[in-house]
Design a protein around this ligand. Sequence first.
Ligand code: CP
Ligand code: NVA
Length: 306
Amino acid sequence: MKSKDFLSMLDWNREELDHALLLAIELKNEWKKFGGHSFLPLQGKTIGTIFHKPSLRTRISFETGIYQLGGYSLYITEKEIELGKRETIEDAARVLSRYLSAIVIRTFAQSDIIKLAEWSSVPVINALTDYLHPCQLMADLQTIYEYKGQIDGLKIAYLGDGNNMANSWLETAYHYRIDLRIGTSPETMPAKELIDNVKKGSGKVLITHNPIEAVENVDVIYTDVWASMGAKEKSEENARKLRQFQVNQELLKHAHQDVIVMHCLPAERGREITDDVMESKHSVVFDEAENRLHAQKAILTLLCKD
Ligand code: CP
Ligand code: NVA
């Protein structure tokens, strides 16, 4: 029987998150040094990867990571299983658990993956929902640690839509002693329950509608698309609301001079971030994308170790 899932940063405690981060760094170093691993924790295991939305980074880094750890990745399309339509999520979860050692799923509703996890006897990993993207956050924390040598004590600004990434940053501020500033419009706010939850945690959060206040002297600036997958019809409307939160050279002048700029990607250059910032010395977006591979290998190793 599984010991845990990874549906949210709040599913794991600080010790478990730190353990995963250190393991990710170790796996990255080992892979860079030897081009392979001396241990293969997924040998003989099949991991199902279910995607109901497009993906470049998540799907390819998961499938590659599973292979690098000795396992087999089985890509399952929505057309094939029609989760929740052809049969209930409860039934599908119990059947999938008879074959697979873990389930990686990208879908719309967080409630669907919670249900899937409740009824699965194997670990379920959230590969993005409308509400959260915790695997991205683990890669982001790894990247910040590599560049800054710490996570606690940093000032981090998230600019733009109050979406799954903003929500995941709020969950991170629950665990880590960060000074998180979310710069967004009054109509694109992140989840209220997660803002309230930070008050019970280690970090602090400032929600502001002033982009300069958000980035003043920060160590990290983070942004994401203004309209997420499944909500692209809001693209123009959100662009009007969020225009002043664009990450551009002018805004960067207010941050710390060693600020790093992050974006989960895919980026819509010229909207939430300018081309010159994406290509500037501050941008760490491709290291961040690479770390998806290493961070997820650590998550898989820890969840599938039994
Ligand atoms: N950042 C991220 O999750 O990218 P994909 O949507 O391409 O997987
Ligand atoms: N907020 C974006 C993240 C993409 C990785 C989306 O959900 O489309």
